[in-house]
Design a protein around this ligand. Sequence first.
Ligand code: PLP
Length: 287
Amino acid sequence: MSSDIVYLDGAFIAAQDAKVSVFDRGFLFGDSVYEVIPFYRGVAFGLEPHLKRLEHSLAALRIPLSTDLPVVLNELVARNGGGNLSVYLQVTRGDAGRRTPVYDASMQPTVFACCNPIRDIYADGPDGVSGIAVIVTADLRWHRCDIKANGLLPNILVLQQAREAGAAEALMIRDGVMTEGGSSNLFIVKSGVLYTPKLGSEILGGTTRGLVLELAREAGIPYQETDLSYENLLEADEVWISSSTRAVVPVLSVDGKTVGDGEKGPLWRRMFELFSQFHHRLMTGEE
Ligand code: PLP
């Protein structure tokens, strides 16, 4: 299986032949948005919410796009062997031929997509998922975190900080309120209730976050979307993070302090099971 075919502006080509102009605004200004969409055995997991969020990001930046993305992305995955892959999709405002901050509304966007192999996180059940350590650090991002924009420097810096502290994720806090991870959303469990920061311009509306809440609702698990403090995090029975390629991951320590009893929690196990069933239905077409 190869993951070497990429999509660029209408063509499926070898990665080494894909070239973007140095005057592309994605390169010069980070004037671009993106999505990361998992495919298992060639089947997209949550394509619709990803495309809906992309539409939101594009509308916020006023970038017009006419590409038939479901067709393009399925074709790209098929050309890369149709296995377990995440598709990275980036849309920039395009190539203006010179460097100037203002732009012409008639510009043609640049559309790029490539694949990366991913692990089937459902293959080994809940025991195959490792709990992680996280750190908490200041959220230094702009105030439009609902846009999945490529200006990821604050995220990169905190993720690197986490790695250097021996942690797998950095959770961010702004004005005393927990926001999200450098590349994930945050959940805590306290006394059987699931809590997650509410949607708004301070966090990304994660597609996995949406699925967690949908599955919780269907399963009768009580949940609340609300502000969470650092103390709430430390006093939680369980802490999880969520993202497309990782689903839900149990957090076993925060800033070196053990969460709950230091084991993967029962509600996390229940949610992982609900995700596995959802995944199974998707793969088999069974209701
Ligand atoms: N929050 C941030 C900052 C992210 O970068 C991501 C994913 O990359 C998420 C949340 C989770 O979003 P999703 O569940 O759609 O992958």
